[in-house]
Design a protein around this ligand. Structure first.
Ligand SMILES: Cc1cc2nc3c(=O)[nH]c(=O)nc-3n(C[C@H](O)[C@H](O)[C@H](O)COP(=O)(O)OP(=O)(O)OC[C@H]3O[C@@H](n4cnc5c(N)ncnc54)[C@H](O)[C@@H]3O)c2cc1C
Ligand SMILES: NC(=O)c1ccc[n+]([C@@H]2O[C@H](COP(=O)([O-])OP(=O)(O)OC[C@H]3O[C@@H](n4cnc5c(N)ncnc54)[C@H](OP(=O)(O)O)[C@@H]3O)[C@@H](O)[C@H]2O)c1
Length: 285
């Protein structure tokens, strides 16, 4: 199995945890108890977790899992808080990886942020969601538009070798407030050299946007603005239209509303039963 390109996780050996302590499926429960293998802190309010993976856990890149933590640490069998989390790891990785914000006073994220390597968390055995490329038909270019942690499902999709064969251009647009929030930049830069992706048909275009600072090499405006004024297409050198483009949007719900309006005006549509479209959205709150 291939490891993701970013290897700077503070990590415990997955071998030792896999053999002894991982994947405690609680009888016929719909969740399993998994262990934290590694933690990467990107910024004070952003971190990633690697966990063990139940052997029965399957997902399509772009889907999410439901993670659970006890409300009270001293009552591990008491009330549990559950939240949706996109898989950031490849579907073929032995581990799972999640990329998380810490919401001030957030019921789940303040608890998740306290977890250490070797601690456990619950993961439902089923995966969910429709932010997957199989909902599209045809298309030359895949546009992945993310705000904040909404980049997570796109990291998983961009590790899928099939996507690199199906499209000519893969465009990742990643909007954050400050430069320090731009996580996974080494992983993204390394994708074209990844052992499973090198030599594929697609070309990767990475467009980072930093909206509250001026940073060299990035655009200093929201996705909605650079789409509206043409800077996004000019930067990539590819036009965004219904004939050639398939567009996924993930993260901030107001951004999704605004982008939906802009893209619909360009003739792109969300698919309906039996009629594939060109748009797919996932709101994080
Ligand atoms: C399908 C789906 C997939 C998700 N995947 C992820 C993921 O991969 N990573 C992740 O960090 N979160 C993800 N979320 C959000 C996640 O489920 C929780 O909302 C988040 O962890 C905060 O939980 P909380 O209990 O601390 O705060 P909550 O009470 O759940 O949220 C409080 C407020 O915090 C803000 N907020 C919540 N989540 C985010 C976020 N991700 N970024 C910025 N502001 C936010 C919103 O204003 C929200 O109203 C996803 C949500 C959905 C519906
Ligand atoms: N990121 C931080 O530094 C930080 C620090 C402390 C707390 N928090 C907490 O984290 C949460 C927000 O996290 P976040 O920064 O990851 O998410 P966010 O507020 O959704 O911002 C992420 C990116 O999306 C952009 N965006 C927001 N609304 C948009 C819209 N309608 N259309 C287009 N683009 C839009 C933002 O641009 P703009 O910058 O123009 O809004 C930013 O570039 C809040 O609960 C906040 O309290 C964040």
């Amino acid at each position: 199995m291939n490891k993701p390109v970013e290897t700077v996780f503070l990590a415990q050996s997955s071998q030792s945890l896999h053999s002894s302590q991982s994947s405690q499926a609680a009888g016929s429960e719909k969740w399993s108890e998994e262990r934290i293998l590694g933690i990467k802190r990107w910024a004070p309010q952003l971190f990633s977790l690697r966990t063990t993976r139940h052997p029965g856990f399957r997902f399509v890149p772009g889907q999410f899992a439901r993670l659970g933590l006890p409300l009270r640490r001293d009552e591990p069998d008491g009330e549990v808080v559950w939240r949706a989390y996109s898989m950031a790891s490849a579907s073929y990785d032995e581990h799972l990886e999640f990329f998380s914000i810490v919401v001030p006073d957030g019921e789940f994220t303040t608890r998740l942020a306290e977890r250490q390597i070797g601690d456990s968390l619950r993961i439902e055995k089923n995966s969910f969601g429709f932010l997957t490329t199989d909902r599209f038909a045809g298309g030359r270019d895949l546009w992945l538009l993310a705000s904040g942690t909404g980049v997570a499902p796109f990291l998983s999709i961009l590790h899928d070798p099939q996507v690199w064969q199906d499209y000519e251009n893969l465009v990742l647009v990643y909007s954050v407030r400050e430069a320090r929030d731009l996580a996974y930049s080494k992983t993204i830069a390394g994708l074209p050299q990844h052992v499973l992706l090198a030599g594929s048909r697609a070309r990767l275009h990475y467009v980072p946007l930093v909206t509250r600072e001026s940073v060299a090499g990035t655009l200093s405006a929201r996705i909605t603005e650079v789409l509206a004024d043409g800077r996004l297409e000019a930067r990539v050198g590819v036009s965004l239209d219904a004939a050639h483009s398939r567009v996924m949007v993930c993260g901030n719900p107001q951004m999704a509303v605004d982008l939906r309006r802009q893209l619909t005006e360009r003739g792109l549509q969300v698919g309906r039963r039996g009629k594939p479209g060109q748009l797919a959205f996932e709101n994080y709150w």
